[in-house]
Ligand binder design. Structure first.
Ligand SMILES: *Cc1c(COP(=O)(O)O)cnc(C)c1O
Length: 482
């Protein structure tokens, strides 16, 4: 890089327009209208500073940005900087991972009814904690607890921010300074940060482990009960399965034992579905209603796993226990906002028409989507993907298996279809596949797939019609790479 002569530099600097003049120009008026003066001024000063630095440090003739400083270029630079700075950080992606309830991608997608309810709740005052019948202060739980009880057969219900909060609150309210009996086979860790032993100590309860990892008997629970026992607890193993020489005690037997000793049983169901998924040929999960009917005094479950609603933690069970939980100070700290309630209510109402659930409840529609349907999508997307990527990759439509996700039924898989990208030369292509994965991840709406067995795999189960159209349009708009 040669230094710029001082006369050249003076000439260059003379071309730098005055900030006031640029801000007052007609070209900049729309930018100021959209982003406000403060941000535009800041972006303009940064652009001019960058230009000055580059003019001083380099050969002006060899630096196109420096030699071509004009009003149009300045405007384009500032506009691009403002656009990038104000782009949303939470972005839509295409979930092509094959995991329907993907925690890192936001779990359940909500139906239109919820979208409309949230929009109204965002923009209009509502009776969140106001009893319209009496004109006095109300309780936000009242908006949905009847509906939850109707769908689960429980006496009472309350709702908090997520299921981890539901478990923490339940243990804090009912077992602080006391013992909670849990099988060693159920001391699970969910998603890295939720561990039953840790939640237990945070709640001030003492964990009383019984049995072994693979086998726990009723007598193990029986022998652990003492004067300090507050609860017998069962935790759904969610994200792992123990097979072989195993034994666990069912809720009914534990409940019979607990109730004979004047104790309560709490069950952390995790996913907590409200319907028998077996009806649609999906793997069976215990429903909340069955768990309540089996004798559980309290059941906790997530709102955004199989239930298909917003992030929330539901606690259902015996009236006096729920009343105690609602009085605990942590309830106030863990309560849900109005947007959650607005989104959840329509989802719960869909369960009143179970015969229409696979059509209306997004999660169930995705989980029950037939493989032939997904195969059709794969054939339509294939040519667009092939032409958007380098010719050294080859794309094929192939059967694959999706997962439910979010810890539900880890060993069961759903027959699906998707696009499989391999190296055209038959080589393994480790870093080339990584490069392609990155290319797809950096698109305007990123494609999130997964690399396995020397191929990039894009499962199209979660790509419904509108998204399919958008994905194809995005791929076709890519500069051709072949
Ligand atoms: C998922 C899960 C949780 C945590 O639920 P969040 O709603 O993610 O807080 C707790 N317990 C079990 C058994 C789970 O499967």
């Amino acid at each position: 890089m040669s230094d710029v002569s001082s006369s050249e530099l003076r000439a260059l600097m003379a071309r730098v327009p005055s900030v006031d003049k640029v801000m007052a120009s007609v070209e900049f008026a729309p930018l100021i209208g959209e982003y406000g003066r403060t941000q535009v001024l800041h972006a303009l000063r940064s652009a001019l500073d960058a230009w000055r630095i580059s003019a001083q440090s380099g050969d002006a003739a060899a630096n196109p940005a420096v030699s071509a400083l004009d009003a149009a270029q300045l405007h384009a630079t500032v506009a691009a900087a403002l656009l990038a700075r104000n782009a949303s950080r939470l972005r839509s992606v295409f979930n092509l991972t094959g995991t329907v309830l993907h925690t890192n991608l936001g779990r359940a997608l909500l139906p239109d009814e919820s979208v409309r309810a949230v929009m109204t709740a965002l923009t209009q005052p509502a009776n969140l904690e106001f009893d319209l019948a009496t004109g006095t202060r109300g309780d936000r739980d009242d908006l949905i607890d009847d509906l939850i009880c109707e769908l689960t057969g429980a006496e009472a219900a309350t709702i908090v921010n997520n299921n981890a909060a539901a478990v923490l609150l339940t243990l804090s309210a009912l077992a602080a300074k006391k013992e909670v009996v849990v099988s060693r086979g159920e001391l699970v860790e969910i998603g890295g940060a939720f561990r039953i032993p840790d939640i237990m100590s945070r709640a001030g309860a003492k964990l009383r482990e019984v049995g072994t990892t693979n086998r726990t008997h009723l007598k193990d629970y029986e022998q652990a009960i003492n004067a300090r026992t507050a609860l017998l607890m069962k935790v759904h193993a969610s994200n792992y399965a123990i097979s072989g020489f195993t034994k666990e005690v069912g809720i009914e037997a534990i409940a019979t034992l607990a109730h004979a000793r004047g104790l309560a049983v709490a069950v952390d169901l995790g996913s907590g579905t409200l319907v028998d998924l077996g009806e649609w040929g999906l793997p069976r999960e215990p429903t909340v209603r069955e768990t309540v009917a089996a004798g559980a005094d309290l059941v906790t479950f997530s709102g955004d796993k199989l239930l298909g609603g917003p992030q929330a933690g539901l606690i259902v069970g015996r009236r006096e226990l729920i009343a105690k939980i609602k009085k605990h100070p942590l309830k106030r700290a863990l309560r849900v906002g109005k947007l959650t309630l607005a989104a959840l209510e329509p989802v719960l109402r869909l369960y009143r028409a179970p015969e229409m659930l696979t059509e209306r409840l997004t999660t169930l529609r995705l989980l029950t989507r037939p493989a032939e349907d997904i195969h059709g999508a794969a054939q339509r997307v294939l040519p667009a993907l092939q032409q958007a990527i380098d010719a050294r990759y080859t794309v094929a439509a192939e059967p694959m298996f999706s997962q439910i996700g979010s810890g539900a039924l880890p060993v069961d898989v759903l027959p699906s279809y998707g696009l499989v990208v391999r190296m055209a030369d038959g080589k393994r292509g480790g870093r080339h596949l990584l490069a392609l994965e990155k290319q797809l991840r950096e698109m305007a709406r990123p494609l999130i797939g997964r690399i396995a067995d020397d191929a990039l795999r894009l499962d199209l189960r979660c790509l419904e019609a509108a998204d399919e159209t958008q994905l194809i349009a995005q791929l076709v708009a890519q500069p051709k790479r072949n």
